[in-house]
Design a protein around this ligand. Structure first.
Ligand code: BV8
Ligand code: ZN
Length: 259
């Protein structure tokens, strides 16, 4: 089990912490990298996480809002929840963790951000090679003609929005019980199997199949680094697990490669 590290002031980290140094050495030389992120990487941008005391799942039931059945039953209710989130996230900006990950990318030949987040903040920070494994708040999908469109207007003129073909538009988001896009999960798992370093930031590691990615990478020989204020089910797959917040620790971790 990696030695979990108490969070502390950045200055203390940089000087004495051997685990951080070990992770930084691996990062410095890596040419094949996957960064797996969850809601925690966006927490310091102001995006609510799912778990945690004031998390989304505390106040809203995923079964009532993030499933096709819920949408079929009451598309307006589901859209009201997504419109609330779109309105919340629209004015928010990437934080230093998103920006450090984006600054690292050009220096690494094989680089992929595999995110579970639907907030679009990795792309907003400048990340180019991003797979949104669970979709995006900023796209709609038509249940009739299957057309996927970018939709940034907040608030929408009407909810539920209608497709020009007349069909009902849904958020282009992977709901619970729905399969992830095959190309996306294949690409993410292929990158994980080939990676030298996998950096896992801000995910509770409870939702599959994405939660299987760190262990798969570890078994294939990757050096896995976790950044999270808490221990998670993914901690056991990490050679180094740093206890702290993404906006503080990720820039520190990437200091030598994200100028
Ligand atoms: C699938 C989009 C198969 C929605 C999301 C029974 C019935 C049905 C399915 C299942 C079942 N049992 C298991 C399953 C599979 C299911 C699953 O895993 N369920 C779980 C809940 C048990 N998975 C699925 O349904 C997936 N599909 O399996 O399909 C299939 C195949 C063929 C045909 C049909 C079906 C689809 C899952 C996708 C669900 N969609 N998101 C939306 O956003 O509206 S899930 C959503 O929650 C996220 O995307 C993410 O994946 C997941 C967990 O969220 P996290 O990102 O980890 O965030 P969380 O709040 O939990 O944690 C935050 C972390 O950050 C914490 O650890 C915290 O400590 C840390 N943190 C906090 N602050 C900071 C920080 N870290 C750093 N810095 C900080 N400042
Ligand atoms: Zn349509």
């Amino acid at each position: 089990m990696p030695e979990a590290l108490a969070s502390g002031r950045p200055g203390r980290w940089a000087v004495v912490d051997p685990e951080l140094q070990r992770a930084r050495q691996r990062i410095h030389t890596a040419t094949r990298v996957v960064v797996l992120t969850g809601a925690g990487v966006s927490a310091e941008s102001g995006v609510p996480t799912f778990s945690g005391p004031e998390g989304l799942w505390r106040n809203f039931s995923p079964q009532e809002l993030a499933t096709q059945a819920a949408f079929d039953l009451d598309p307006k209710l589901v859209w009201e929840w997504y419109e609330w989130r779109r309105g919340l996230v629209a004015p928010l900006s990437p934080n230093p963790a998103h920006r450090a990950i984006a600054a690292w990318e050009p220096r690494v030949p094989e680089f992929l951000v595999a995110t579970q987040n639907v907030d679009g903040l990795h792309a907003a920070a400048g990340s180019q090679r991003v797979i949104e494994l669970h979709g995006s708040l900023w796209r709609t999908r038509c249940n009739s003609c299957r057309q996927v469109r970018e939709e940034r207007q907040v608030p929408l003129p009407q909810i539920p929005p209608r497709c020009p073909c007349g069909g009902p538009l849904r958020p282009d988001i992977v709901w619970i019980g729905e399969p992830l896009p095959e190309w996306a999960i294949q690409r993410a798992f292929q990158a994980a199997r080939a990676a030298e370093v996998v950096l896992v930031v801000g995910t509770s590691g409870v939702v599959y199949p994405v939660a299987a990615l760190p262990q798969l990478a570890r078994s294939a020989g990757a050096f896995v680094i976790e950044v999270n204020p808490e221990e998670t089910p993914l901690t056991a797959a990490a050679q180094v697990s740093l206890r702290g917040k993404a906006a503080e620790l990720v820039p520190l971790l990437l200091e030598s490669v994200a100028r």
